[in-house]
Design a protein around this ligand. Structure first.
Ligand code: WTA
Length: 578
């Protein structure tokens, strides 16, 4: 561990004094009860996360402040004030009511990053219904699994994306309405709604939104978050993202992932910041242009994007004036020390790594503006959150010892259930610790270091993919008997998805021919892309005779991975003959 690489903060010239002035002091004295004064409650301890994100600003100077600066993939530009976001989301809320949506009903969103996605999310929460998010790269199978499990009543989508649902719609009996936002009918209906609505005064532990996320086994699970999560999201946005009134803030994450919800819609807007949202895909020049054009000052992005920018070279960067940037952060996968060195070199600022998960609902471990950065470390636990390294029995381990990264539940945005799967929910806990599924260690100064996943979950370009979903998609193809899927380390994407596939005899024979084999590999990749999701397909496929399995028939992905990487396969005593 290159502990010698440290970015010292003493002497660093802050353009605006950070909100968090003394990490150790605040950590010691922090209480969630006190922090709760930062958010707005209705009488009797009720609150609404959407009200906190937007409507509460209408009472003060921020009413006409720009909340959203939007740029479309085609170059279209739109802006919205907090007052406009409030009115529009009220109209969505009223429209949903006319469709019979009630408190607790699930309403799913399947849209590109257009303003209506953000506005609809707020509208759903305002009437106490539960927003579900579907990443726009999802295809038929991924959509079906999530809509089915959640029993979603309404889906809000567009014409193009709705086509992916055609074949499976009849098998979704709970799905009563599909609203197509680019249909004239929808537009008329929406416009005819009142822009006033009685915001639901939800209990802190009423459900607000859910996101399906991948584990090692089984299909993705619905992680459910409550309205009270807004407190964690607000205070972390303030102390970690360090957003101030005058900032222009850009979080590059899609709301199909938790970062795009917690830190584009909820925690960031509840701090009344002006946010930039770009609809289009990653493109180095375009991203630099956005940073420059809108004078972005706080930028929250991901390691894969940073590595891709680095790979593009520094010459193109020099064409853009990025001098407005003052605080930059990263999340989702390990942040390489080289990336920090690069940013210090070319931007004069270090990237601040942050660690958290869909399940935790907010940043839990972070590098704070005032704290020295040890290159490669995720930083220290957020005030009000206790973190430790524990063994598999939940016993806390000494410093510099590898083990499970564990958190003590009790902060407001910790997931409270897995949708209709209490047993799975309980399985995350050992004693009074929540086990994150990540391995790491904590050093003598209290800095946390990420080592790897304890399970087979894959992180490819920062996006979380469960091997089981990909394996299931592969075996749907007539050529495939079975498949084992792993994350293979990749310098650019962190990991890529690699599939080991056992073929049906007839295909196996055909694939003795090299060209035929290459053709089938390509076909299988495209097949997964089209049926499951555009981002969750195997970039590498290898045909093998037999998969390593336990005697009970479970695929041993750990062995596939060890072999792939030329490492010792470890304990194989539970293995079926291989
Ligand atoms: C990984 C994303 C290393 C980790 C907000 C975690 C990280 C999973 C970091 C959650 C980081 C997230 N360094 N690994 N700074 N941040 N991860 O649910 O394995 O999409 O458990 O939430 O991403 O991914 P998720």
């Amino acid at each position: 561990m290159p502990k010698s690489d440290i970015f010292q903060k003493s002497g660093f010239k802050f353009r605006i004094p950070p909100h968090l002035t003394d990490y150790a002091e605040v950590y010691k004295n922090f209480s969630w009860q006190q922090a709760a004064s930062e958010i707005t409650f209705f009488p009797d301890g009720k609150l609404n996360a959407a009200y906190n994100a937007v409507d509460r600003h209408l009472k003060g100077v921020n009413k006409e402040k720009l909340a959203l600066i939007w740029e479309g993939s085609d170059g279209a530009k739109e802006t919205y004030t907090f007052a406009q976001l409030a009115s529009l989301s009220n109209q969505v809320a009223n429209l949903l009511k006319t469709k019979g949506v009630q408190k607790g009903d699930r309403v799913f969103l399947f849209l590109p990053r257009i303003p209506l996605l953000y506005v609809s999310f707020l509208g759903i929460l305002k009437i106490g219904s539960v927003a579900g998010l579907l990443f726009s790269a999802f295809q038929e199978q991924a959509l079906f699994d999530r809509l089915k499990d959640s029993g979603s009543k309404v889906l809000i989508t567009n014409r193009e994306l709705s086509k992916r649902l055609e074949k499976v719609r009849q098998n979704l009996p709970d799905l009563k309405e599909v609203l197509i936002v680019d249909d004239d009918n929808f537009k008329k209906e929406l416009e005819s709604q009142s822009d006033q609505v009685e915001i639901e005064k939800t209990d802190p532990d009423d459900n607000a939104f859910m996101l399906y996320t991948s584990g090692t086994t089984g299909k993705p699970k619905g992680v459910v978050h409550h309205h009270y999560a807004i407190l964690s999201q607000h205070i972390t946005a303030k102390y970690v993202l360090d957003i101030h009134d005058e900032d222009i803030y850009w979080c590059t994450a899609d709301p199909g992932w938790v970062t795009g919800i917690a830190y584009t819609i909820l925690g960031s807007w509840s701090n009344a910041v002006t946010s930039v949202i770009y609809e289009g895909r990653f493109d180095p020049e375009k991203w630099y242009q956005i940073l420059a054009d809108y004078k972005v000052s706080v930028w929250y992005t991901a390691p894969t994007a940073i590595r891709m920018l680095m790979a593009k070279g520094d010459d193109i960067l020099k064409k853009y004036d990025l001098s407005a940037l003052r605080h930059i952060l990263s999340v989702g996968e390990p942040l390489n020390p080289e990336a920090i060195r690069w940013s210090v070199n070319v931007l004069g600022l270090p990237f601040h790594d942050t660690w958290w998960q869909t399940e935790t609902g907010c940043i839990c471990i972070a590098n704070y503006p005032v704290m020295d950065i040890k290159f490669g470390s995720m930083g220290k636990p957020f005030p009000g959150i206790e973190a430790a390294i524990v063994n598999d029995e939940g016993k806390v381990l000494p410093v510099n010892t590898e083990g499970n990264i564990a958190l003590k539940p009790g902060w407001p945005s910790m997931m409270r259930t897995i949708w209709q799967n209490e047993e799975k929910y309980k399985s995350y806990f050992i004693g009074n610790w929540y086990l994150t599924g990540d391995h790491g260690l904590v050093d003598e100064d209290g800095y946390f270091w990420f080592i790897g996943r304890a399970d087979d979950v894959i992180k490819t370009s920062g996006e979380r993919v469960g091997p089981f979903e990909v394996e299931s998609a592969l075996v749907e193809h007539p050529a495939v008997i079975e498949a084992g899927v792993i994350g293979k380390p990749d310098t650019l994407r962190g990991e890529i998805i690699k599939a080991f596939v056992v073929l049906e005899k007839e295909y196996f024979e055909k694939c003795r021919d090299e060209n035929a084999a290459a053709g089938l590999k390509e076909e299988l990749s495209v097949y997964v892309k089209k049926h499951l999701a555009g981002h969750a397909y195997p970039r590498e496929i290898e045909f093998i005779d037999k998969l390593p399995k336990t005697r009970s028939g479970k695929i041993m992905r750990r062995i596939l991975k060890a072999k792939e990487m030329g490492l010792p396969v470890g304990d194989t005593s539970t293995l079926e003959e291989y």
